[in-house]
Design a protein around this ligand. Structure first.
Ligand code: ADE
Length: 234
Protein backbone atom coordinates (compact mmCIF):
# COMPACT_ATOMS: atom_id res chain seq x y z
CA UNK A 1 0.00 0.00 0.00
CA UNK A 2 1.30 3.48 -0.86
CA UNK A 3 1.68 6.19 1.77
CA UNK A 4 -1.62 7.44 3.14
CA UNK A 5 -0.15 10.82 3.83
CA UNK A 6 2.24 12.70 1.62
CA UNK A 7 4.32 15.57 2.87
CA UNK A 8 7.03 17.47 1.05
CA UNK A 9 9.55 19.17 3.32
CA UNK A 10 11.60 22.00 1.82
CA UNK A 11 14.40 23.86 3.59
CA UNK A 12 15.54 27.09 1.96
CA UNK A 13 18.76 28.86 2.85
CA UNK A 14 18.51 32.59 2.19
CA UNK A 15 20.16 35.80 3.30
CA UNK A 16 16.89 37.74 2.75
CA UNK A 17 14.33 35.40 4.34
CA UNK A 18 11.72 38.18 4.54
CA UNK A 19 11.33 37.97 0.77
CA UNK A 20 9.47 34.68 1.17
CA UNK A 21 6.91 35.79 3.80
CA UNK A 22 4.14 37.08 1.60
CA UNK A 23 4.47 34.31 -0.95
CA UNK A 24 4.29 31.53 1.65
CA UNK A 25 1.60 33.22 3.73
CA UNK A 26 -1.14 33.37 1.13
CA UNK A 27 -3.28 31.46 -1.32
CA UNK A 28 -2.41 27.92 -2.33
CA UNK A 29 1.01 27.80 -0.66
CA UNK A 30 -0.62 28.77 2.64
CA UNK A 31 -3.32 26.16 2.18
CA UNK A 32 -0.74 23.47 1.37
CA UNK A 33 1.08 24.24 4.60
CA UNK A 34 -2.11 24.53 6.68
CA UNK A 35 -3.10 21.08 5.43
CA UNK A 36 0.40 19.85 6.38
CA UNK A 37 1.05 18.62 2.85
CA UNK A 38 3.93 21.05 2.35
CA UNK A 39 6.38 22.35 4.92
CA UNK A 40 8.77 25.15 4.03
CA UNK A 41 11.40 26.24 6.53
CA UNK A 42 13.49 29.30 5.76
CA UNK A 43 16.96 29.48 7.28
CA UNK A 44 18.64 32.84 7.60
CA UNK A 45 22.22 32.49 6.38
CA UNK A 46 23.16 35.55 8.44
CA UNK A 47 22.73 33.46 11.61
CA UNK A 48 25.68 31.38 10.46
CA UNK A 49 27.77 34.46 9.73
CA UNK A 50 31.12 35.08 11.34
CA UNK A 51 32.18 37.66 13.91
CA UNK A 52 30.19 40.48 15.45
CA UNK A 53 28.89 41.62 12.08
CA UNK A 54 27.90 38.07 11.15
CA UNK A 55 29.74 38.35 7.88
CA UNK A 56 28.50 36.05 5.12
CA UNK A 57 30.08 37.54 1.98
CA UNK A 58 33.51 38.68 0.92
CA UNK A 59 35.48 40.03 -2.05
CA UNK A 60 36.40 37.56 -4.73
CA UNK A 61 39.95 36.29 -5.13
CA UNK A 62 41.59 37.66 -8.24
CA UNK A 63 39.60 40.88 -8.07
CA UNK A 64 36.47 41.86 -9.91
CA UNK A 65 33.16 43.45 -9.06
CA UNK A 66 30.69 41.79 -6.75
CA UNK A 67 30.77 39.91 -3.47
CA UNK A 68 30.73 36.15 -3.06
CA UNK A 69 28.91 34.18 -0.35
CA UNK A 70 31.66 32.72 1.87
CA UNK A 71 32.01 28.95 2.16
CA UNK A 72 32.05 28.62 5.97
CA UNK A 73 28.64 30.12 6.88
CA UNK A 74 26.90 28.38 3.99
CA UNK A 75 28.73 25.08 4.56
CA UNK A 76 27.94 25.18 8.29
CA UNK A 77 24.30 25.91 7.58
CA UNK A 78 24.04 23.04 5.08
CA UNK A 79 25.79 20.61 7.44
CA UNK A 80 23.62 21.51 10.40
CA UNK A 81 20.52 20.90 8.25
CA UNK A 82 21.94 17.63 6.93
CA UNK A 83 22.34 16.40 10.48
CA UNK A 84 18.57 16.57 10.86
CA UNK A 85 17.46 14.97 7.62
CA UNK A 86 18.58 13.17 4.50
CA UNK A 87 17.95 15.33 1.46
CA UNK A 88 16.89 13.85 -1.85
CA UNK A 89 18.55 16.81 -3.56
CA UNK A 90 20.58 19.86 -2.51
CA UNK A 91 19.56 22.41 -5.11
CA UNK A 92 21.38 25.62 -5.88
CA UNK A 93 19.25 28.26 -7.64
CA UNK A 94 21.41 29.80 -10.35
CA UNK A 95 21.03 31.07 -13.92
CA UNK A 96 23.78 28.55 -14.75
CA UNK A 97 21.52 25.62 -13.86
CA UNK A 98 19.27 23.50 -16.05
CA UNK A 99 16.15 25.39 -17.10
CA UNK A 100 13.19 24.45 -14.93
CA UNK A 101 10.10 22.99 -16.61
CA UNK A 102 6.93 21.06 -15.78
CA UNK A 103 8.66 17.68 -16.16
CA UNK A 104 11.26 18.63 -13.57
CA UNK A 105 8.50 19.97 -11.30
CA UNK A 106 6.65 16.64 -11.55
CA UNK A 107 9.82 14.74 -10.72
CA UNK A 108 10.86 16.90 -7.78
CA UNK A 109 7.35 16.95 -6.31
CA UNK A 110 7.68 13.20 -5.63
CA UNK A 111 10.58 13.73 -3.23
CA UNK A 112 10.29 13.94 0.55
CA UNK A 113 13.09 16.35 1.54
CA UNK A 114 14.66 19.08 -0.55
CA UNK A 115 17.26 21.67 0.39
CA UNK A 116 17.23 24.83 -1.73
CA UNK A 117 19.99 27.43 -1.69
CA UNK A 118 19.29 30.98 -2.85
CA UNK A 119 22.44 32.78 -3.91
CA UNK A 120 23.10 36.50 -3.88
CA UNK A 121 25.60 38.96 -5.28
CA UNK A 122 28.07 37.20 -7.59
CA UNK A 123 27.10 33.78 -6.30
CA UNK A 124 28.42 31.20 -3.87
CA UNK A 125 31.99 29.96 -3.42
CA UNK A 126 32.66 27.27 -6.02
CA UNK A 127 33.71 24.75 -3.35
CA UNK A 128 30.20 24.70 -1.89
CA UNK A 129 28.93 23.58 -5.28
CA UNK A 130 31.53 20.83 -5.41
CA UNK A 131 31.00 19.61 -1.86
CA UNK A 132 27.27 19.79 -1.30
CA UNK A 133 25.18 20.76 -4.32
CA UNK A 134 23.57 17.84 -6.20
CA UNK A 135 21.43 19.81 -8.67
CA UNK A 136 21.37 23.32 -10.13
CA UNK A 137 18.17 24.95 -11.36
CA UNK A 138 17.62 28.09 -13.41
CA UNK A 139 14.15 29.51 -13.99
CA UNK A 140 15.19 31.16 -17.25
CA UNK A 141 17.95 32.89 -19.16
CA UNK A 142 18.02 36.13 -17.20
CA UNK A 143 19.75 37.18 -14.01
CA UNK A 144 17.74 37.94 -10.87
CA UNK A 145 19.20 39.86 -7.96
CA UNK A 146 18.85 36.80 -5.75
CA UNK A 147 17.72 33.19 -5.84
CA UNK A 148 14.66 33.69 -3.59
CA UNK A 149 12.20 34.50 -6.35
CA UNK A 150 13.52 31.56 -8.37
CA UNK A 151 13.12 29.32 -5.29
CA UNK A 152 9.57 30.66 -4.85
CA UNK A 153 8.81 29.67 -8.45
CA UNK A 154 10.06 26.13 -7.83
CA UNK A 155 8.28 25.79 -4.46
CA UNK A 156 5.00 26.98 -5.99
CA UNK A 157 5.26 24.63 -8.97
CA UNK A 158 5.99 21.65 -6.68
CA UNK A 159 3.53 22.53 -3.93
CA UNK A 160 0.49 22.62 -6.19
CA UNK A 161 1.30 19.13 -7.51
CA UNK A 162 1.08 17.45 -4.11
CA UNK A 163 -2.13 15.40 -4.00
CA UNK A 164 -4.74 17.20 -1.91
CA UNK A 165 -3.30 20.70 -2.28
CA UNK A 166 -5.58 21.74 -5.12
CA UNK A 167 -9.30 21.39 -4.45
CA UNK A 168 -9.96 19.57 -7.68
CA UNK A 169 -7.33 16.87 -7.74
CA UNK A 170 -7.43 16.47 -11.47
CA UNK A 171 -6.84 20.12 -12.11
CA UNK A 172 -3.03 19.95 -11.98
CA UNK A 173 -3.16 17.12 -14.53
CA UNK A 174 -5.04 19.27 -17.03
CA UNK A 175 -2.62 22.19 -16.74
CA UNK A 176 -0.76 23.49 -19.73
CA UNK A 177 2.54 21.62 -20.31
CA UNK A 178 1.49 18.40 -18.58
CA UNK A 179 1.41 16.72 -21.99
CA UNK A 180 3.50 19.30 -23.86
CA UNK A 181 0.30 21.02 -24.96
CA UNK A 182 -1.18 24.30 -23.81
CA UNK A 183 -4.54 24.07 -22.07
CA UNK A 184 -7.68 24.94 -24.07
CA UNK A 185 -9.29 28.36 -23.56
CA UNK A 186 -11.72 28.65 -20.64
CA UNK A 187 -14.91 30.68 -20.22
CA UNK A 188 -17.23 31.62 -17.40
CA UNK A 189 -20.48 33.62 -17.21
CA UNK A 190 -21.87 35.57 -18.96
CA UNK A 191 -22.46 33.58 -22.12
CA UNK A 192 -22.41 36.80 -24.17
CA UNK A 193 -19.72 39.35 -23.30
CA UNK A 194 -19.61 42.41 -25.56
CA UNK A 195 -21.01 40.34 -28.41
CA UNK A 196 -18.46 37.52 -27.98
CA UNK A 197 -20.22 34.21 -27.25
CA UNK A 198 -18.97 31.14 -25.43
CA UNK A 199 -18.54 28.20 -27.89
CA UNK A 200 -21.94 26.47 -28.00
CA UNK A 201 -20.50 23.00 -27.38
CA UNK A 202 -19.47 24.03 -23.85
CA UNK A 203 -23.14 24.74 -23.06
CA UNK A 204 -24.35 21.49 -24.67
CA UNK A 205 -23.92 19.27 -21.59
CA UNK A 206 -22.49 16.60 -23.92
CA UNK A 207 -19.39 15.32 -22.10
CA UNK A 208 -17.75 13.51 -25.02
CA UNK A 209 -18.23 16.46 -27.38
CA UNK A 210 -16.80 18.80 -24.77
CA UNK A 211 -13.75 16.54 -24.25
CA UNK A 212 -13.18 16.38 -28.03
CA UNK A 213 -13.58 20.15 -28.38
CA UNK A 214 -11.09 20.76 -25.56
CA UNK A 215 -8.53 18.46 -27.15
CA UNK A 216 -8.85 20.15 -30.56
CA UNK A 217 -8.74 23.60 -28.96
CA UNK A 218 -5.66 22.56 -27.02
CA UNK A 219 -3.84 21.60 -30.24
CA UNK A 220 -5.01 24.80 -31.95
CA UNK A 221 -3.89 26.93 -28.98
CA UNK A 222 -0.47 25.28 -28.99
CA UNK A 223 -0.09 25.70 -32.77
CA UNK A 224 -0.84 29.40 -32.48
CA UNK A 225 1.04 30.28 -29.33
CA UNK A 226 3.82 27.72 -28.81
CA UNK A 227 4.40 25.76 -32.04
CA UNK A 228 7.80 24.66 -30.65
CA UNK A 229 5.96 22.38 -28.17
CA UNK A 230 4.40 20.36 -30.98
CA UNK A 231 7.86 19.21 -32.07
CA UNK A 232 8.12 17.42 -28.71
CA UNK A 233 5.00 15.31 -29.45
CA UNK A 234 5.63 11.72 -30.44
N1 ADE B 1 19.43 33.47 -9.42
C1 ADE B 1 19.63 34.57 -10.18
N2 ADE B 1 19.08 34.42 -11.38
C2 ADE B 1 18.48 33.19 -11.40
C3 ADE B 1 17.76 32.45 -12.38
N3 ADE B 1 17.50 32.94 -13.58
N4 ADE B 1 17.33 31.22 -12.04
C4 ADE B 1 17.61 30.71 -10.82
N5 ADE B 1 18.28 31.35 -9.87
C5 ADE B 1 18.72 32.58 -10.15
Amino acid sequence: MGPLFFMLHIDLISCVPELMDSFLGHSIMKRAQDKQLLRVHIHNLREYGQGKSRQIDDYQYGGGAGMVLMPEPLGNCIESLQEKRDYDQVIYMTPEGKTFDQKEANKLSLHKNLLLIAGHYKGIDERIRKLYVTQEISIGDYVLSGGEIAAAVVIDALGRLIPGVLNNETSALTDSFQDDLLAPPVYTRPNDYKGLKVPAVLLSGHDQKITDWRYDASIENTKNRRPDLLDKQE
